[in-house]
Each structure stands twice: as structure tokens, then as C-alpha cells.
Design a protein around this ligand. Structure first.
Ligand SMILES: Cc1cc2nc3c(=O)[nH]c(=O)nc-3n(C[C@H](O)[C@H](O)[C@H](O)COP(=O)(O)O)c2cc1C
Length: 312
């Protein structure tokens, strides 16, 4: 389906040109192919696939999801089919669609990240890598990569060397004392763009049993409840660096998208909202076209300029 509205939604995330600024967020849209019967994947700016590890992973014990006021908790435990099966089975199918495919990469030590990228480097059909640094570093006593500038510099630097052929996006953890410092560190270590941010560690307890509602005790909070917090992180990151930022956290409506663009994001990703409406990302593309048309703007830069004016 093509648009009846004559507006240009294309955006440039570094070297990657996207047909529009709406991508699906990692872990909330499978490997993309599962949604091909539900929406027109060609309409999306891009698809960030489920996090990929060196070897397949079974993930965390059930229950893995629970609803919270204005959001949800997940403890999926980064279950995935492993990078080699992804390359052999999913990537060829994704190649049929005209949208940017971004591989989300994670590991538990620097060598894990490098090995996943090494395998992906031999494959065709990817627009960029997105490094998930919200993972414990088992060689450093389980300390999260993303919370420590030295570890961010180390993992991003190593990934940069391994990613010879493609742009490297780095997805930051929101659990940091100074997002500007971490953002500048990732930029200096060679990141081409930043994704801000991942979920927030949280808990939900059954009041009558006193037990966790998740098999893994704790999980990651996502959805509308995190949007104001992540919006501020995106704003702080954009002020600190020159490379583009992709905003992700609680986006459900076109107003949410405009808010992220207003604080400086070049593009956005839609996560939890796809659980209640699998077609939400395609609808947001259409709503954004209409919003531009209504604002009598014909490119996103015009509307970004207008909203930026309010922020000085
Ligand atoms: C069920 C689930 C699985 C996720 N898996 C990943 C993952 O594998 N890698 C990653 O970087 N982020 C993962 N995320 C985080 C999302 O990509 C996104 O950053 C976060 O949910 C905030 O956006 P939202 O509020 O729109 O969901 C996951 C989120 C959810 C809800």
C-alpha cells in the first residue's frame, strides 16, 4: 500500500537511509518474518531483530511477562535461536522485504559480541548492527557493560573493529548515573548512532503469596510508564553527542513519536505497543504522514525544525 499523502518521511541515521523514522524494537517483533502476514513490512523504516548470541539460548523460566500499570515487565532471558541459525534461516526470508534490517547483538564477555558480529559480517542483507550493552559481563563479576564507561569503551571499541562493513549502533542502558558521559564514551569508541534506551530493572509481587510474578524474580519495565523518563535520557544524550539517536520507550501514538523527535531523536523504535496491536508500527507511519500534511510540512526536517524552536 502506498501513501496518498505527498510527504517525505525519509531520515538518515548516519550512513543508513531509512524510508521513515519508525522501526520496531528488538525483542518485541520476533525476527520480523512472524509479522509478515499481519502488516506490510515494506512500510516500516526498519526492523531490529531479537537479540542474537553466539549460541542458541533457552531463556528464563516462565512466567516471563506480567502487566503493570501503564506498562509491563518481561524476563525473557534473551532467548534466541543463535546467530548462525538466524543467518541461515531468517535473513534470507527478510531479504524479500524493502526495509532496513538491523541485527541486535549481545554477549556476556567482549569476545561473545565480537564473534556474533564476525558471523554476521559474512552475511548479506543487514543495514546495521545494534549492540545491546545492558548485559552482565561475566568476566567482571556480572557488572553490566552499559553502566561503566570503561566497559562501554572496551566493548564498543572491539565491536567497531569487528564491524568492518556496517554501521554500529549502540543501545544504552537507562540505569546510568550520567547518560551524557556514557553517550560520549560510546561515540568516541566508534559508535555510528545510539539507541536510547533499554528497559528498567523492576519487580512485581503477588501480594497474597509474596512471590514474584516472574519466574526470574526481576524483569525489565517497558511501555508508557517509562516514556517520560526515557524522553529525558534521549534529550540528555542528544545534547552530549553529534551522532544520531534513536529513541525507544513507551511509544504508542504519533504524539509520542513527535515528542521524541522534538528532543532530538532522528528515528524511533516501537516495542511493547506491538504486543497489544501488532500493526501499531505501520499505523504510526501513516499517522506521521498525516501529521506532517496537517502541519503543512512536506519533510520531517520542517516539522523537526518547528518543534525544536520551542526547545531553544
Ligand atoms: C519482551 C521484550 C524483549 C526484549 N528483548 C530485547 C532484546 O533482545 N535486546 C534488546 O536490546 N532489547 C530488548 N528489549 C527492549 C526493547 O527493545 C525496548 O528497548 C524497551 O522495551 C523499551 O521500549 P518500549 O517501552 O516501547 O517497549 C525487549 C523488550 C521486551 C518488552
Amino acid at each position: 500500500m502506498t501513501s496518498a499523502v505527498p510527504v517525505d518521511l525519509t531520515v538518515q541515521v548516519g550512513a543508513v537511509r531509512l524510508r521513515n523514522p519508525i522501526l520496531t524494537a528488538s525483542g518485541t517483533f520476533g525476527y520480523g518474518v512472524e509479522f509478515a502476514q499481519l502488516i506490510d513490512l515494506n512500510r516500516l523504516g526498519g526492523i531490529v531483530v531479537k537479540g542474537l548470541s553466539r549460541e542458541p539460548m533457552d531463556g528464563a523460566p516462565a512466567p516471563r511477562l506480567c502487566e503493570t500499570p501503564s506498562g509491563m515487565l518481561n524476563a525473557v532471558g534473551l532467548q534466541n535461536i543463535g546467530v548462525r541459525v538466524f543467518v541461515a534461516e531468517k535473513l534470507p526470508v527478510l531479504g524479500k522485504y524493502d526495509t532496513a534490517i538491523v541485527a541486535n547483538v549481545f554477549g556476556y564477555c567482549v569476545e561473545d559480541y565480537v564473534e556474533v558480529i564476525r558471523v554476521l559480517e559474512d552475511a548479506d542483507g543487514l543495514a546495521a548492527y545494534e549492540l545491546n550493552v545492558s548485559c552482565p559481563n561475566v568476566k567482571r563479576g556480572g557488572m553490566q557493560f552499559g553502566g561503566d564507561p570503561a566497559l562501554v569503551a572496551e566493548v564498543v571499541g572491539a565491536a567497531r573493529k569487528a564491524a568492518a562493513t556496517r554501521p554500529l549502533w549502540v543501545k544504552l542502558s537507562p540505569m546510568v548515573a550520567d547518560i551524557g558521559l556514557i553517550a560520549r564514551t560510546a561515540e568516541a569508541a566508534g559508535a555510528d548512532a545510539l539507541t536510547v534506551a533499554n528497559t528498567y530493572p523492576a519487580m512485581a509481587i503477588d501480594p497474597w503469596t509474596g512471590k514474584s510474578l516472574l519466574g526470574n524474580q526481576t524483569g525489565g519495565l517497558s511501555g508508557p510508564s517509562i516514556k517520560p523518563i526515557t524522553l529525558r535520557l534521549v534529550w540528555e544524550a542528544c545534547k552530549a553527542i553529534k551522532i544520531p539517536v534513536l529513541g525507544v520507550g513507551g511509544i504508542e501514538t504519533v504524539e509520542d513519536v513527535l515528542q521524541y523527535l522534538a528532543v532530538g531523536a532522528t528515528a524511533v523504535q516501537v516495542g511493547t505497543a506491538s504486543f497489544t496491536d501488532p500493526a501499531v508500527s505501520q499505523r504510526l507511519v501513516e499517522d506521521l504522514e498525516r501529521a506532517l500534511y496537517r502541519a503543512k510540512a512536506f519533510t520531517l526536517n520542517e516539522i523537526r525544525g518547528k518543534v525544536f524552536a520551542d526547545f531553544g
